[in-house]
Design a protein around this ligand. Structure first.
Ligand code: B12
Ligand code: SF4
Length: 447
C-alpha cells in the first residue's frame, strides 16, 4: 500500500503546485455576472451580500449550506400568465413544473460556468427536493428565496405573500446562487410595493388562506393546495393503510382522487389551486387589461376560478372549512388530516404559531403557561388575544391556565394515542386554572 505522498494523483498534483479551494479575496464585476445569468435564461437578477441585515434570520442557515458564501445572487424566471391562470389544473401545473425546471437549469448553468472559472458557487433547488426527513417538526427548505429576492430589488411580497416583480408581476418563480465572492455592486429593495391592494387574491383563494390584512393561513393552503405533496400525501397513505379493504378505501376516495395521486407521483405533484397568483393584476406587463376593464377582468380571470366546482380539502373544525361552506357552497368540502402531526415537543412549540386558526379563537383571551418535562424540558408562554397568537420562551406574566406535562405524553395526547382521561388520572398532564381554556386552546389548532 503506497503512502499518501506516493499516490500517483498526489505526486502529479504536488508537482504542479497546490492551491487552496479558492484564493481569497475574489471580487466579481456585477455587469459580467448579470450577463452570465441573463444568458443562462434568467429574466432578472440581483446581488445581495451575506452581511445584509435582511438576511439576519437565515444567515446561519446559509452559512451552514455553503460556508464560503459571500454573496447571494437572486434571480427570477417568468411564467406564462395565461397558462398560470387556467382553471384546468393540468395546464397551470405543467407551467409551474416547466418554469421550475427552467429556474433549476439557470442556477445550474450559472454555477457551472462560475465553477469553471475557479469561482465556487452553489445553486439550491427551486423548491423540491427538500430536506424531507425534517418534516414535520422543522422547516424542510434550506433557503428562503422570497426575502433574498426582495433584498435584491426584484420585487416585494404582495398581500398574498408571493413576490411581485415590478414588470412581470407575480408571474415569476425564484432561484438564487450562492457564490464565494464579493460583487462590485448590490441592489437595494424597490422603493414601492407593486401590490395594488386590490384583494383579488383574497377573493379567489378557495380556502380563505389570504387575509385582507396580510394574514396567511398556512394550514389552509398546506392542506388543500398541497394535498398531493408532503403532509397531504402522508395523510392519504395513513387513510389508505387504515382502510383495510378496497371497498372501504373506495368509500373514502373516488377513482379520480386515486388517479390524481398516481399522476402526481408519475409526472410531478399537482397543486390544487395557486389562484392567488393566477388573479394578481400587478406589474407593468400585466396590469393593462385590469385597468382598462375591471369588470371584464373579474369575469374572465377571477370568476372561472371562483365558480369552478371542485373538491376542497380542509382539516376538521378549521377556519378554511367554515370559509368554503360560507363563501363557495358549490364546492365540495372534504375533511382530511393535514399529515403534519406533531412528533416532538420542539415541533409543537415551534409550529404553534404557523398552524393557529384565528377564526376559531374568536372570543378567547387567555395566557397559557406550558411547562414540559422529560427529555426536552422547555417552558413557553402562549398568549391568545383578539384573534392573534404570541409565543415566547419562558414563563411570562400571569397565566390563566398552566399546563404541566411530560413532553412525550403531551405529543401522544395530541396524536390521540393517549386519552385525556388517562393523561389526567396518571398525572402525565396536569392543569391549573379553568380546564375549559384547554378545550378552547385545542380548537385553535388542527393537530
Ligand atoms: C414553504 C413554502 C410554501 C408554504 C408556505 C408559503 C409561504 N407563504 O411561505 C406553502 C406550502 C403554503 C406554499 C404555497 C405556495 N407556494 Co411556496 N414555497 C415555500 C418555500 C419552500 C419557502 C417559503 C418561505 O421562505 N417561507 C418563509 C417566509 C420567508 O415566508 P412567509 O410568507 O413570511 O412565511 C410563512 C410560511 O412559510 C410559514 N412558515 C415560516 N416558517 C415556517 C416554518 C415551519 C416549520 C412551518 C410549518 C411554517 C413556516 O409562516 C409564515 C406566515 O404564514 C419557497 C421556496 C424557497 N425555498 O424559498 C416556495 C415559494 C415561496 N412558493 C412559491 C409558490 C409559487 C407557491 C404557490 C403559488 C404554489 C402553488 N403553485 O400553488 C403557493 C402560494 C401560497 C402563498 N400565497 O404563499 C414560490 C413563490 C414565487 C413568488 N413569486 O414569490 C416560491 C418562492 C418557490 C420558488 N422557488 O419560486 N409555499
Ligand atoms: S391580487 Fe391584488 S392584493 Fe393580492 S397580491 Fe396581487 S395586487 Fe396585491
Amino acid at each position: 500500500m503506497p503512502t499518501l505522498n506516493e499516490h500517483p494523483t498526489v505526486r502529479k498534483m504536488t508537482a504542479q503546485g497546490l492551491s487552496r479551494e479558492q484564493e481569497p479575496p475574489v471580487s466579481l464585476e456585477a455587469g459580467f455576472l448579470r450577463e452570465l445569468f441573463l444568458e443562462a435564461g434568467a429574466d432578472d437578477v440581483g446581488f445581495v451580500s451575506i452581511d445584509r441585515p435582511e438576511l439576519d434570520d437565515q444567515r446561519d442557515d446559509l452559512l451552514r449550506l455553503f460556508p464560503a458564501v459571500r454573496t447571494i445572487i437572486p434571480y427570477v424566471v417568468k411564467m406564462n400568465k395565461e397558462l398560470t391562470r387556467a382553471p384546468f389544473r393540468s395546464i397551470a401545473n405543467h407551467e409551474f413544473h416547466s418554469t421550475g425546471d427552467e429556474v433549476d437549469d439557470v442556477g445550474r448553468h450559472a454555477a457551472e460556468r462560475l465553477n469553471k472559472q475557479g469561482i465556487r458557487a452553489l445553486n439550491p433547488p427551486v423548491a423540491f427536493p427538500m430536506e424531507a426527513n425534517r418534516f414535520p417538526d422543522e422547516k424542510t427548505w434550506v433557503i428562503s428565496y422570497k426575502p433574498i429576492a426582495v433584498a435584491g430589488g426584484l420585487g416585494h411580497m404582495g398581500i398574498h405573500r408571493n413576490v411581485i416583480h415590478p414588470r412581470f408581476g407575480n408571474f415569476i418563480l425564484l432561484g438564487a446562487v450562492l457564490v464565494a465572492a464579493e460583487v462590485s455592486e448590490q441592489q437595494q429593495p424597490l422603493d414601492y410595493n407593486p401590490c395594488l391592494e386590490c384583494k383579488l387574491c383574497v377573493a379567489a383563494c378557495p380556502v380563505g388562506a389570504i387575509g385582507a390584512d396580510g394574514w396567511f393561513d398556512f394550514n389552509a393552503c398546506f392542506t388543500h393546495n398541497y394535498r398531493e405533496f408532503l403532509g397531504g400525501f402522508s395523510s392519504w397513505v395513513d387513510a389508505l393503510t387504515d382502510s383495510g379493504s378496497a371497498a372501504a378505501y373506495q368509500q373514502q376516495f373516488s377513482k379520480g382522487e386515486t388517479v390524481s395521486m398516481w399522476q402526481s407521483l408519475a409526472f410531478g405533484p399537482n397543486y390544487k389551486a395557486a389562484y392567488c397568483m393566477a388573479v394578481c393584476p400587478a406589474g407593468e406587463d400585466v396590469i393593462s387589461p385590469y385597468l382598462a376593464d375591471k369588470s371584464g377582468f373579474l369575469r374572465e380571470v377571477v370568476k372561472p376560478l371562483q365558480e369552478k366546482e371542485e373538491t376542497i380539502y380542509v382539516t376538521k373544525g378549521s377556519d378554511a372549512e367554515a370559509y368554503v361552506q360560507k363563501r363557495f357552497p358549490h364546492k365540495t368540502v372534504k375533511q382530511v388530516t393535514n399529515g403534519a402531526g406533531v412528533t416532538t415537543i420542539c415541533g409543537f412549540t415551534d409550529n404553534l404559531v404557523h398552524f393557529f386558526q384565528r377564526g376559531q379563537s374568536e372570543g378567547l383571551n387567555a395566557v397559557y403557561h406550558f411547562i414540559f418535562t422529560g427529555n426536552t424540558p422547555i417552558d413557553i408562554t402562549v398568549t391568545i388575544r383578539d384573534k392573534c397568537i404570541e409565543k415566547v420562551d419562558g414563563l411570562q406574566g400571569q397565566a390563566d391556565l398552566t399546563i404541566r406535562a411530560d413532553g412525550e405524553a403531551w405529543v401522544r395526547f395530541l396524536n390521540r394515542k393517549m386519552t385525556g382521561v388517562f393523561a389526567f388520572v396518571t398525572g402525565k398532564i396536569r392543569v391549573q386554572g379553568d380546564p375549559r381554556l384547554l378545550i378552547a386552546f385545542g380548537n385553535c389548532f388542527p393537530f
